[in-house]
Ligand binder design. Structure first.
Ligand code: 5AD
Length: 332
């Protein structure tokens, strides 16, 4: 890893000058690779059904909540709206829902790629088999987001039920890479059981695997989960980690996540000022947004797609960033 930076010091110091310098350096590193540009991704939350029982997640199987699935037509309509608004990446995200078989997802991916040939399709549908990932890739999917959640096997076992295996998750990431996807990993900051030691493992994993994207955001307790009374993660620590990740992996695509915007009114702006370069406004239909409640008080649950997109563009321009209508691919 980049030996010039003392990670433990940066994660724990209360010296404001050291932190300002960290953020400034992260921005210089980002600007050298990507310029002062922030890429937009349109997030479409296609299902809140999930077979898993991740202890932190507000749509885990055991939570009694209203469940929904978008139809193919609804998904295509979200993409049409997004395309008009300048989006050139569509992220289909959902719980692990058996209804979305390879056949169903391939059909949707092919339709999106044929109607919007200039756009990238990103999938974020949890763990699947290598064959399944291969079929989806064949159908045209460009990218896949699967946060590793923690690079420490014991911590992983604390956050997840016994059926979910750390080794399998890591295998999925390697398979996705092999199959030619741009791969997104990532983790929550301040999840129960996380320590400086587990965070160092996360950074080491990122340094070694070098995922094209890294999604990190603060843990936020979710009603109805075993962790509902735990404390939320720290915005400050999340910002420091974003900056460190930018410095150790200059080319990474790094989103300013909704979770940061939820905990702090200008959390996403601060993330960009700490080295982030991606924002993911929500394109899901207005009436299903509140149901995709992976944590409490999730941002913009009531607003329209156009409103979220316009809002985020303004926020980014206000801090001196351009927001191109561009796929925003990883730069090698
Ligand atoms: N707080 C913050 N992030 C969460 N996620 C799931 N539940 C929570 C929560 N309570 C994150 C996980 C998952 C991503 C889609 O959302 O890291 O991979």
């Amino acid at each position: 890893m980049n030996n010039a930076i003392d990670i433990e010091h940066l994660l724990t110091t209360s010296d404001p000058t050291a932190i300002d310098e960290l953020f400034a350096e992260a921005c210089r590193v980002r600007d050298k690779v990507y310029g002062r540009r922030v890429f937009m991704r349109g997030l479409i939350e296609i299902t809140n059904h999930c077979k898993n029982n991740c202890r932190y997640c507000g749509i885990r199987y055991d939570v009694r909540t209203q469940r929904y699935r978008l139809t193919k037509e609804q998904i295509m309509d979200c993409c049409r709206t997004g395309n008009e608004l300048g989006f050139r990446t569509f992220v289909l995200q959902g719980g692990e829902d058996g209804w979305f078989t390879d056949e169903v997802v391939c059909d949707i991916v092919k339709s999106i790629k044929s109607e919007f040939p200039d756009s990238a399709v990103t999938l974020s549908l949890g763990e699947r088999g290598r064959e399944s990932f291969a079929r989806l890739r064949e159908a045209g999917a460009d990218r896949y987001l699967l946060r590793h959640e923690t690079a420490d096997a014991t911590h992983y076992a604390f956050l997840h039920p016994a059926e979910m295996r750390f080794e399998h998750r890591m295998q999925c990431l390697r398979d996705l890479r092999d199959l030619g996807y741009q791969v997104g990993a990532g983790f929550m900051v301040g999840s129960p059981g996380q320590t400086i030691e587990t965070l160092k493992k996360d950074l080491l994993f990122i340094d070694e695997f070098r995922p094209e994207m890294v999604g990190i955001g603060p843990f936020i307790p979710a009603a109805g989960t075993p962790f509902e009374n735990e404390r939320a993660g720290s915005v400050e620590l999340t910002l420091r980690l974003l900056a460190i990740i930018r410095i150790i992996h200059p080319h990474v695509l790094l989103p300013a996540t909704t979770a940061l915007g939820t905990l702090h009114p200008t959390g996403r702006e601060r993330a960009v000022m700490a080295g982030a370069n991606v924002v993911m406004p929500n394109l899901s239909p207005q009436d299903t947004r509140a149901l995709y409640s992976i944590y409490n008080n999730k941002l913009s649950t009531g607003s329209e797609a156009a409103e979220s997109a316009a809002d985020i563009r303004l926020r980014m321009k206000a801090i001196g960033m351009e927001v191109p209508d561009d796929r925003g691919d990883y730069v090698n």
